[in-house]
Design a protein around this ligand. Structure first.
Ligand code: ZN
Length: 107
C-alpha cells in the first residue's frame, strides 16, 4: 500500500476510488477523523486519504484522478468514448471500458 493523495472530502474521495476501480486500479480511502467534530484539526489532517494497493499503479492513478477532477457538470450530457466508442453516462470522466479520459472538447 502507498498513500496516493488527499481528497477534499469523502464524496470526492469515493468518486475518485470509483474512477480508479473502473480502470482496474485498487484503491482504499482512509480517514483518521471520520465525520467527527473536526474542531481544531487542520484541514489537511482530516481530509480522506487515498491509498493505492499497488504503488506501480501510481502514474495511472494520478492521471485518472486529474481527469476526474475536471469532471463534468451535474447536467452534462452522456458522451461516447473516442477510443473504443463506448457510450458513457455524464458522471464518468474516464471510459470504464478502456480507461481513456473523456475528451473535454467532446459532447
Ligand atoms: Zn473507451
Amino acid at each position: 500500500m502507498m498513500k496516493l493523495m488527499l481528497a477534499p472530502n469523502l464524496v470526492t474521495g469515493q468518486h475518485w476510488i470509483n474512477v480508479l476501480a473502473a480502470a482496474g486500479v485498487q484503491c482504499e480511502m482512509h480517514n483518521r477523523y471520520l465525520n467527527g467534530a473536526l474542531g481544531d484539526i487542520p484541514a489537511d489532517q482530516c481530509a480522506p486519504e487515498l491509498w493505492l494497493a499497488d504503488e506501480r499503479d501510481e502514474i495511472l492513478a494520478r492521471r485518472l484522478i486529474d481527469a476526474a477532477r475536471q469532471g463534468p457538470a451535474a447536467d452534462a450530457p452522456a458522451w461516447r468514448c473516442g477510443q473504443c466508442g463506448e457510450s458513457l453516462e455524464a458522471q464518468f470522466t474516464v471510459c470504464w471500458q478502456c480507461g481513456t479520459p473523456r475528451d473535454p472538447l467532446d459532447g
